[in-house]
Design a protein around this ligand. Structure first.
Ligand SMILES: [Zn+2]
Ligand SMILES: [Zn+2]
Length: 303
């Protein structure tokens, strides 16, 4: 079993927006205005990811609000003829791509430069599983993109099918909820990550992200999680259902009874999730509250 449980780690929870555009590309607010707004929404850190160009925003960091450098590259071509969008986080401001035609090469260069690559909004631009499975070396995908959920032709923010597709193919990747904010109206503060880290520093936040010690949300809070080979226990602030997603044909959905939301659940891994069969692949937990807002925990990878 491979799972770094953030709820068993010392530290604090930090709320982060990791896909943000400002007036330095096609966003409507300046970096300073964007920071002010996200602070108002209770965020602790932000990765500003302009299109195609890395800006060094680290000097805007304060003790209570951290900026990590990022960028969003449009590169290569998916089977539908549209470019891949790769969000890079924690990249040096002076990173110069040598080969910017190959998607895999760009991902590899982001990694070599010390950063992490995230596959942006799979459902929104019609990415299919072939497009996704042929890539490697990325840390995760945007399981939820709030901007794409409300964008023109909307409702294309949720990419859990893509995530389960790559997980079922054996790729060990995390799920990120993001805003991809441009307008700062319908597209702000609707998708974020909660990271457990000792301190609000770039090093601590990035180490936690790399280890998967975070969860993604568009509303609900997870309060505790206990994971062993035999049992999983979860506490949250209220869910109308909790899904335990595994490889196809097994797994479990727990529904609240009547109007009383679920705040606790417990499952027996072999008996409840795998029907007595041998647990394999992965288990991930997602839940939805009464407002239709969701929360996604990172996968527990089984041997
Ligand atoms: Zn994009
Ligand atoms: Zn974007």
């Amino acid at each position: 079993m491979l799972f770094n449980n953030p709820f068993k780690k010392d530290g604090n929870w930090y709320k982060g927006a990791i896909h943000v555009h400002t007036t330095n590309s096609d966003g409507r607010l300046s970096p300073r205005e964007a920071i002010k707004l996200y602070k108002k929404y209770g965020y602790d850190f932000m990765v500003i990811t302009e299109h195609g160009k890395i800006f060094d925003y680290s000097s805007l960091s304060t003790p209570d609000f951290l900026l990590i450098n990022g960028v969003e590259y449009g590169v290569g071509e998916m089977t539908n003829g549209i470019s891949y969008h790769i969000v890079a986080i924690d990249v040096p401001a002076d990173l110069k791509l040598k080969n910017d035609k190959s998607t895999q090469s760009v991902i590899d260069q982001i990694r070599s430069a010390g950063g992490e690559a995230i596959i942006a909004h799979p459902y929104w631009y019609g990415m299919n599983l072939i497009d996704l499975i042929r890539l490697k070396n990325y840390i995760g995908i945007e399981v939820f993109n709030w901007g794409c959920e409300g964008d023109i032709g909307g409702g294309r923010g949720l990419s859990s099918v893509h995530w389960d597709g790559v997980l079922s193919a054996g790729h060990r990747v995390f799920g990120f909820a993001v805003d991809d904010v441009h307008y700062y109206t319908y597209d702000v503060a609707g998708g974020w990550i909660m990271v457990k880290a000792p301190e609000l520093t770039k090093e601590d936040i990035m180490e936690a992200i790399r280890k998967g010690e975070f969860y993604s949300s568009s509303g609900p809070k997870v309060l505790n999680l206990e994971v062993s080979e035999e049992r999983i226990r979860l506490e949250c602030d209220g869910a109308r259902f909790i899904n335990f997603v595994t490889i196809p044909t097994v797994g479990k959905r727990l529904d609240a009874e009547g109007n009383k939301p679920l705040t606790y659940c417990e499952v027996d891994v072999s008996k409840d999730l795998f029907f007595g069969g041998k647990p394999r692949g992965y288990i991930r937990i997602e839940l939805e509250n009464n407002e239709g807002k969701r929360c996604w925990l990172n996968p527990i990878f089984l041997d």
